[in-house]
Write a protein that binds this ligand. Structure first.
Ligand SMILES: Nc1ncnc2c1ncn2[C@@H]1O[C@H](COP(=O)(O)OP(=O)(O)OP(=O)(O)O)[C@@H](O)[C@H]1O
Ligand SMILES: [Mg+2]
Length: 259
């Protein structure tokens, strides 16, 4: 089930270093939101605060709030492991578990929570997840072979299948296509378009065409200089950001004048 994200006044720290400052934004369910901005402006850092992955780093912390359908992810007593199950993540480099088969990769997250799932339920879930990730037809005859034997684009779709197998509400993707060729990139973009019927999707990308193609809303982050915190500069409908942004820095960035 797709859910709404509401971020208020978020400051994100690594120890004493304020990496991202004062971000407030709302992300609607069943939508794709792109985060863009120059290297080091805090896109990945901010993305990881949305499922409490940020705090796995020693000294890392946040101030402010992140609500998922009104529930504060950072409230006392909230289990970060459950948060990460509701809000899945796909990384830049496809990272299937190397010793596991394709089938085991899809089931990895699910079996952590429900180790006694029947074989037939597992089979159904593997097929549904791989179909959801547009990978089923390519792998259905080799489900028991290692996930690491797939092409890069297939591995990334396997990681997406693994992420959606646990029925998350939100899927976060940090430059999911940056290690992929153009054909695989288009396959992932098509998939994102389909996934948004069921999930809230947030994607970090350096590819302006990609942001323009896949997202409904775009958030532009920027940084005033080394050691300064990243900030959210402009957040609007993607068509607006790319055709008629209201901030000069956004215009400069999307037209390729810097970054
Ligand atoms: N684990 C960490 N410990 C300390 N500082 C970090 C850590 N990870 C990132 N930073 C710092 O936080 C700031 C934001 O980094 P982040 O990786 O979020 O940027 P980004 O916008 O994702 O950049 P890129 O486009 O290059 O991926 C940078 O100054 C970076 O050096
Ligand atoms: Mg990054």
């Amino acid at each position: 089930m797709s859910k709404r994200i509401e971020v208020s006044d978020l400051n994100v720290y690594y120890g004493d270093f304020l990496a991202v400052e004062g971000v407030s934004l709302e992300i609607a369910p069943r939508s794709v939101t792109a985060f863009i901005g120059p290297s080091g402006c805090g896109k990945s850092t901010f993305l990881r605060t949305l499922n409490r992955m940020h705090e796995v780093i020693a000294g890392a912390r946040v101030e402010g709030s992140v609500l998922l359908d009104g529930e504060d992810l950072y409230a006392q007593g909230v289990d970060p492991v459950l948060v990460r199950r509701q809000i899945g993540m796909v990384f830049q480099r496809p990272n299937p578990f190397p010793t596991m088969s394709i089938r085991e990769n899809v089931l990895a997250g699910v079996l952590l929570n429900n180790a006694r799932m029947s074989k037939s339920d597992q089979d159904g879930l593997v097929e549904r997840s791989l179909r959801g990730a547009n990978l089923w037809n390519e792998v259905k005859d080799r489900l028991n072979l290692p996930g690491s034997g797939l092409s890069g684009g297939q591995q990334q779709r396997l990681c997406i299948a693994r992420a959606i197998a646990v029925s998350p509400d939100v899927v976060l993707m940090d430059e999911p296509c940056s290690a992929l060729d153009p054909i695989s990139t288009l396959a992932i973009e098509d998939l994102i378009e389909e996934l948004k019927q069921e999930y809230t999707i947030v994607i970090v990308t350096h590819n302006m065409q990609q942001a323009a193609r896949v997202s409904d809303r775009t958030a532009f982050f920027n940084i005033a200089g080394t050691g300064k915190p990243g900030r959210l500069i402009e957040y609007d409908d993607t068509t607006q950001i790319f055709s008629n942004p209201s901030v000069q820095a956004t215009e400069d960035y999307v037209s390729g004048r810097f970054g």
